[in-house]
Design a protein. Structure first.
Length: 130
């Protein structure tokens, strides 16, 4: 019961501290940079504000360059990420993988920059606008 009260007060404090209500809720914020990667090379952090006017058109080039090489209908990736609908359907998994620094895989030779990760995470967190 004590933990429930603490969570209630934490949520209330966040609401009062300026949360605009535009953020999409995610269950686990503790995954930031916690994969089996070098913490110094993992810079993914969950955003606390929504970037202004970010749409799929803004993140699609990053996904095409860093993800679609494997996640397409013709490659071995477990699910395609070639359209808005596909990306939106997997948004929670994509977010989790970016925060845990497990995607792109370390052995792929590809890496998201801090700016790319921030843009994708902000877009996902704030509604994944088409």
């Amino acid at each position: 019961m004590k933990l429930y009260r603490i969570n209630y007060w934490l949520l209330a404090a966040l609401a009062v501290s300026g949360c605009s209500g535009e953020l999409e809720p995610f269950e686990d914020e503790s995954q930031q940079g916690s994969a089996d990667t070098d913490p110094a090379s993992c810079s993914a952090r969950s955003p606390i504000t929504c970037p202004p006017d970010v749409t799929y058109a803004d993140v699609a080039p990053i996904l095409e360059e860093k993800c679609v090489w494997c996640h397409s209908q013709t490659q071995d990736g477990p699910w395609p990420l070639t359209t808005y609908e596909e990306v939106a359907a997997w948004r929670h998994k994509i977010r989790s993988d970016i925060l845990s620094c497990s995607m792109p895989p370390p052995d792929s030779g590809l890496e998201l920059t801090a700016e790319e990760a921030s843009l994708i995470l902000g877009w996902l967190r704030c509604g994944a606008a088409p």
